[in-house]
Design a protein around this ligand. Sequence first.
Ligand SMILES: [Zn+2]
Length: 441
Amino acid sequence: MSTTLITSDVVLCLDASDHIYKEGYLVIENERIIEIGYQKDLDSRRKFDQTVALGPRLVMPGLVNAHTHTPMTLFRGHVEGHTLFTLDGWFNTIRVLELKIDPDLISPGVALSCAEMIRTGTTTFVDQYFWMDRIYPEVRQSGLRAVLAYGIVELGKEEARKREVAAASAFLESLQGDPLLTGWLGPHAFFVDNSEAAMALEKELAQKYHTGFHTHFATGQEENDYCREHYGTTAIPQLEKMGFLEFPIIAAHSIGIPVEDLPIVANKPFTVCFAPSSGMRNAAGIAPLDKIREAGVNVALGTDNVTNNNSYDMFKEMALTGKVMALLKLDAAAIPTRYILDMATMGGARAIGKEKEIGSLEAGKKADLIALDLNEIGWAPFGGQDFYAALVYAVSGYHVRDVMVNGRWLYRNSQYQTLDYLKVRRELEAKHDELMRKIKE
Ligand SMILES: [Zn+2]
């Protein structure tokens, strides 16, 4: 058993009671927080294996990025001025690159993605892509917590369906019992590129492995149009009829989600992942966040891939959430800052069924936390802005100085602990050059 005492000028818990401890402390035992409080109440005679005095830092829960595609860092900057949300746009930009990819090009993109997420305060992310067998070793090396969804596109073709479902099954098996990584299924989009036959097999797998679905949903009206034509209803009632709503679902984007269908998913393990940068940069729009919130549907926040974002900084994503909703609704109070912070923490934790383990700082939860530098710009005047507003609008992921996941430091005093950033960067640059050579051939 190992105990660590962490003291900090501010400990902001983001729990249901909104505890904020100025001159606060946490005690970590192995991978869990066992105590949080004010330093003045701490018995000075108590002994700890390690003491970490952070001083002018704000400690808060690590952020949960609920929608990513980590290998796509390799393509950053290659789609400027194009949308990936239309078949044409995607095919002429990303698909031509993906067709040249071999599995050896996957790892450096994933490693760089993990480095950028750690650097900007994400401690858990939810991924979806192909080549999961190449992705998870990199994520494991980084020390991040993750839900990794095995990407499936089968376009109604039986051969592809059999191959992909068998590979997904082997992947889910391989992550059984992993302390930090959880395997999910990642049908790219229900009804659109995953047929009903594929969905039936995916549901069987979800049942067998007690797992969830991380999918793109309602980026336009394709699912609803398909379901209206084939079943005479929209996609959500059809998913309910097919038994999918009993499983955790992260519905990334949900731009065209019909407001009248929201009550159906309000009491289900269904999460809308709001991804405003991606929706805006792809000229596709954003989900009706105010209506989704009013309906009581769980909402998480995601950056999507950095090909079309182009950043993993969840603080930027939080600021954008508040600003774009205020603009769209012409209401400065459209979405409260505390709710935006919830989207980036507990909303993501609930999405993956880990709300009792992560998402807030509470005794008994896993020690997933980040510390921001209070001496950096943006915080002053300290008495003039509340911490929630400062976190959403005034600071950024570059204020993060320390990151802990499961009781282990991944970033301490601005130093990576589990990876060598410049080495990862060099590897990515080399693989990118290799990809460019292949494109020219
Ligand atoms: Zn996506």
